[in-house]
Design a protein around this ligand. Structure first.
Ligand code: ZN
Length: 187
């Protein structure tokens, strides 16, 4: 067994399904394999690729937990969220740099053509844990989604106006998967 000491984060490209067989902590997107959790890459003799949790990382989140986090990265099929706290259990400690991932199919019930239309860099989001091991999150509910966002152009505050967000400063209009709690300052 080969152990690659490289730490990968959700959404990192690992290789193709022609090179490897899908293992744990990995998902397949049109033949491309990506990490679905933070961990170390492990490749078996039979070319099974796993992303294994780094030893010592305590499991802290449960399926169904609602978490608050920040969008750290937006890739073609996943948005990476750095999780800050668990709703209702704000005192429960989350290890630094706990990252979850929202797959494009878990954003909302309707069809999503581009993740960039649903999330912006550094948006604050509220999401539900749907897979605690792989830290997969969903925003597929009215109360879930973006609760705070800033203008991509001028970093001004975005205010909700119906189904879109508008910048208070430069009037730019942006779209998001907006939570019904957007801008309320409560999570
Ligand atoms: Zn602006």
């Amino acid at each position: 067994m080969e152990k690659d000491k490289r730490i990968v984060v959700p959404g990192d490209f690992l290789g193709t399904s022609e090179e490897f067989t899908l293992g744990k902590g990995v998902f397949d997107e049109n033949g491309n394999l990506y990490a679905s959790q933070i961990g170390e890459i492990s490749i078996s003799d039979k070319r099974v690729i796993d992303v294994l949790p780094v030893a010592g990382t305590p499991p802290m989140l449960k399926e169904g937990d609602v978490v608050i986090g920040r969008i750290e990265d937006i890739k073609d099929t996943v948005a990476v969220v750095s999780i800050a706290c668990v709703k209702g259990k704000e005192t429960r400690e989350i290890a630094a740099s706990t990252q979850g991932v929202i797959h494009i199919s878990n954003v909302k019930s309707g069809y999503v053509s581009e993740l960039q239309h649903e999330f912006g860099y550094l948006d604050v989001v509220k999401a539900r844990v749907i897979d605690a091991k792989a830290l997969r999150l969903s925003t597929e509910s009215k109360d879930l989604g973006v609760i705070k966002a800033m203008c991509m152009k001028c970093k001004g505050n975005l205010k909700r106006k119906g189904d879109v967000l508008t910048c208070e400063r430069c009037k730019r209009v942006e779209t998001r998967k907006i939570s019904e709690d957007y801008g309320k300052g409560v999570v």
